[in-house]
Design a protein around this ligand. Sequence first.
Ligand SMILES: NC(=O)c1ccc[n+]([C@@H]2O[C@H](COP(=O)([O-])OP(=O)(O)OC[C@H]3O[C@@H](n4cnc5c(N)ncnc54)[C@H](O)[C@@H]3O)[C@@H](O)[C@H]2O)c1
Length: 252
Amino acid sequence: MKIALLGYGKMGKIIEKIAMDRKHEIVLKIDQDNISDLTADNLQKADVAIEFSTPHTALTNITECLNAGVPVVVGTTGWHDSLPAIKQRCENEGLAFIYGTNFSVGVNIFFHVNKMLAKIMNGYSYYDVQVEEIHHTQKLDSPSGTAITIAEGIIDNLDAKKQWINVLTAEGLEGTDNATADELLIESYRIDSVPGTHTVIYDSEVDSIEFKHTAHNRNGFALGAVMAAEWIQNKKGFYSVEDMFDFTLNNK
Ligand SMILES: NC(=O)c1ccc[n+]([C@@H]2O[C@H](COP(=O)([O-])OP(=O)(O)OC[C@H]3O[C@@H](n4cnc5c(N)ncnc54)[C@H](O)[C@@H]3O)[C@@H](O)[C@H]2O)c1
């Protein structure tokens, strides 16, 4: 498979290595110094594009891929207000697009179990719930896209919570919890060199239940993005990373 990499930062470099290990070829690399190379002609040399740039540049890059008719995998977070417009274009024009706030297999298992847990907790209203996320200090968006997906999974399945609010809390300080009963607090911490930790905490007077995912490095995100590129290359339509996985319980 021939791949165009849009964004050659921390993630782009790991994706390149994993893609080459899986015998794919990188035919285009775009970063801020060579944006003028992002042309339809250059993009069309690739079977699929993988976009991991910045919240401010992702939409322009995605639009270039769609204009060129090249399937695109998008990992960049912090621009998702534009998803409905992209969905409409994919449906109207038969284009291929897959996005995910987190491409790691482990996190997608976490997303699934998080929804099941929220459903169970409807029966136990004396627990309150909050989400905590920790990322490296260079992260541009807050809360993390992954934390938003976790919060949406809770809100869609736990009757008591209607919307999320976010508090960005300095290292070493306790977060201030001004959430009302129907608001789900997402507490964000920025600590040097943490690739990503997310915890869902159900707390009551008698005990706490903590459900946690810790990324040890960025390889899981990158492998998932390359798997998404392999998965989408001959498809058409608008997909989220959850469409790639089947976590049906089959008692095997
Ligand atoms: N979905 C996931 O699984 C997942 C996992 C990790 C990170 N992310 C997200 O991916 C994005 C990138 O993360 P990162 O850690 O590689 O960040 P990074 O800051 O290391 O890399 C971003 C790169 O984009 C480049 N860039 C700037 N303008 C550009 C443009 N117009 N076109 C192309 N590239 C441009 C920057 O120069 C930089 O090299 C972030 O939004 C991050 O939150 C998603």
